[in-house]
Write a protein that binds this ligand. Sequence first.
Ligand SMILES: Cc1cc2nc3c(=O)[nH]c(=O)nc-3n(C[C@H](O)[C@H](O)[C@H](O)COP(=O)(O)O)c2cc1C
Length: 208
Amino acid sequence: MRRPWIVGVSGASGTPYAAAVLRALLDADHPVDLVVSRAARLTIIDETGVPFRDAHWHTDLESWLGRSVDADRVRFWPAGDFAAGPSSGSYPAAGMIVVPASTAACAGIALGLSKDLLQRAAEVNLKERRRVVVVPRETPVSRSHLLHLVSLVDSGAVVLPASPGFYSGGAQATAQQLVDFVAGKILDACEIDHDLFTRWSGTGLKRP
Ligand SMILES: Cc1cc2nc3c(=O)[nH]c(=O)nc-3n(C[C@H](O)[C@H](O)[C@H](O)COP(=O)(O)O)c2cc1C
């Protein structure tokens, strides 16, 4: 059995990035452990209209992702459950992706606050020297935001801002293509194969 990737969804705007990563992990046949912060329930319902309720996580996840989800491939943990598997370093995870990452989550992980399971699991995966990818979404950023991101990099995290490139779709790029670009960069950081975007080859551009 492959080790699961833990996906932590915190309460920043950008829930389509989380949905794209979840779909891609499942498409790549990777088991997923899912943690959704309390604030993320607000962003999910704001951005998709879908409620995300612990007691109905499976049907709500299917509504959010717009597809059926094999319940055997996703293990859901309530954000308040500090006894959950991912709260321990002995839990066999491949690593963790925090997408999107609120400034509060970035600060909490950087400072080791562990105020909920998402922050605790991220801290645990950092201390175990596993791959942790943090996808901040805020603009503009303050000095303290930047310092927390530096601290995360110093702790071994990959800080991967939700910053889509326009070079694979040009000016006609759809919102989904821009989302998929960021999701693809996240999977690249986790060394997971995907076909979410067309890679730059250096040969297609008509140079002036
Ligand atoms: C609709 C909505 C959008 C938000 N967007 C952002 C955002 O883009 N970035 C951010 O850092 N916080 C954002 N917030 C604020 C966070 O949700 C808030 O700081 C919360 O404490 C984060 O908690 P969490 O890290 O436990 O999810 C947003 C809140 C709401 C309700």
